[in-house]
Ligand binder design. Sequence first.
Ligand SMILES: [Zn+2]
Length: 180
Amino acid sequence: MLDSVKSLVLNSSYEPLQFCSAKRAIIMVITGRAEFIESDGYVVRSPTTTFNLPAVIRVLNIVKRARRKGISFSKKNILCRDNFTCQYCGTGGKFLTVDHILPKSRGGKSNWTNVVVACKPCNLKKGDQTPSEKGMELTKKPSKPEFYWPFFQIPAGPSSHLVIWKKYLPKSIFAGASNE
Ligand SMILES: [Zn+2]
């Protein structure tokens, strides 16, 4: 159980860092590397002691993000960055595609500044043209996100954990996660 249940780890600045196993979270708290922030009441018993299963912990020494490699470019991460909404008309929903602003056929690159989320109708309408040629406007200028999304694939866990995690994580992470 302790290996499958996850805990959310916050930086000492309270920014979300990553998920780790609840077992590791307990060890970090016991060894003084992190403090216990929140639990949903689950209790773990060992032969000698009991622990509140931490849903959220916070590291005590700030973890610098600078050393990390940048966020990887992928459709999934583009969807997260664009909050699962078409960047031309603002539609959300299930039938989203990614659009090359300068079309691939015309040398457009697959990168953070040339790829955005588009709904199928907008993608179809735009075709092989640029937004300005087609009189379409982007809702915002695309850029590489600062936030390190790949750590935030929300792990499976008790729904009570999910409720707690939502308080600490950006909303857009949950946008595509479920239909609640
Ligand atoms: Zn659209």
